[in-house]
Design a protein around this ligand. Structure first.
Ligand SMILES: Nc1ncnc2c1ncn2[C@@H]1O[C@H](COP(=O)(O)OP(=O)(O)OP(=O)(O)O)[C@@H](O)[C@H]1O
Ligand SMILES: [Mg+2]
Length: 287
């Protein structure tokens, strides 16, 4: 490919904007949307709910072994974008998603993709812990059984144990695996849900405000866990807490009214944002 063809093929990924400039359009993302080692690659993603254009031309890579936070005012499209990454918007009848979303080199928007294995590869943890009304053991064993991941009860027992260990819950529940998942505390339930996600060997984990229903101690435990999980998984987390974004993520993406306004290293976004909207948000001027 010659240089000009290359320039056309490569969508501009870096745009600098003058923070003091008067006319900062939100149409183009400021900062580096690409990742050196991308796991997921979103290009020109648009989402509508009926005629409400909730995500506008968003392009973003999510890199291997990184935690990326999605921040921005309520209603800016963080959850909508996160749900694009494992086709969860399919479950909303009014939602329409366009654009390219690749997991490794596979286009997950293809109609031929089976969303059940996709959602095992790209798992999701929700704001409100949602354990099944079943035992702790069954909460974890359910997914591996459905996906046929184990061949014997002993293998399943081992997978339940390792999943609970990875989620930092094993010691607290090993003597009461038959108790109901809903009998655990909120923070324990959220770790149970993380263990459930881990049990089906995900590659990417999506977390939508996973700590918003938790107290500071449970939050600290989950944040520590996220940091440990990064070694093995790719994690995208939506959070309203800028302190949390700063603590757990290496990259941060700032959304505003459906636009991805700016993306960069978490350090840069919080210490030297390029876009006025990002600066206004992180300095608490709105949102
Ligand atoms: N299930 C839905 N049906 C119709 N419209 C929706 C649905 N979910 C979100 N929207 C709309 O899409 C836009 C983006 O909403 P979204 O929930 O993605 O924002 P958010 O950034 O996650 O907000 P919050 O911080 O409050 O969770 C909003 O205008 C919202 O009203
Ligand atoms: Mg949301």
């Amino acid at each position: 490919m010659n240089a000009s063809a290359e320039a056309i093929a490569a969508k501009p990924s870096t745009v600098t904007a003058d923070k003091l400039g008067q006319d900062q359009s939100t149409a183009t993302t400021v900062g580096e949307i690409t990742s050196a080692n991308p796991r997921m690659r979103c290009r020109e993603v648009n989402v509508w709910y009926d005629d409400n254009h909730a995500i506008k031309d968003v392009s973003l890579d999510i890199g291997q072994n990184e935690v990326i936070s999605m921040i921005g005012p309520s209603g800016c499209g963080k959850s909508t974008f996160l749900r694009c990454l494992n086709r969860m918007n399919d479950t909303i009848s009014t939602a329409r998603v366009e654009g390219s979303i690749q997991l490794d080199d596979q286009e997950i928007q293809d109609k031929s993709i089976d969303v059940v294995p996709l959602r095992a590869r790209v798992g999701m943890v929700f704001q409100k812990p949602n354990p099944f009304p079943k035992s702790i053991y069954e909460n974890i064993a359910y997914g591996p059984r459905i996906h046929g991941l184990t061949n014997s009860r002993a293998e399943l027992d081992e997978l339940v144990e390792t999943s609970l260990q990875r989620a930092g819950l094993w010691k607290e529940v090993k003597d009461r695996l038959d108790a109901s998942g809903t009998s655990l505390s909120g923070g324990q339930q959220q770790r149970l849900c993380i263990a459930r996600t881990l049990s089906v060997s995900p590659e990417v984990i999506l977390m939508d405000e996973p700590c918003s229903a938790l107290d500071p101690i449970a939050t600290a435990i989950i944040e520590e866990l996220i940091d440990e999980l990064r070694a093995q998984y790719t994690i995208a987390i939506v959070t309203h807490s800028m302190q949390q974004a700063a603590r757990v993520s290496q990259r941060t993406a700032y959304f505003h009214l459906g636009d991805l306004v700016e993306v960069g290293t978490t350090d840069d976004i919080f210490n030297q944002p390029q876009h006025k909207l990002t600066e206004d948000y992180i300095t608490g001027r709105f949102g």
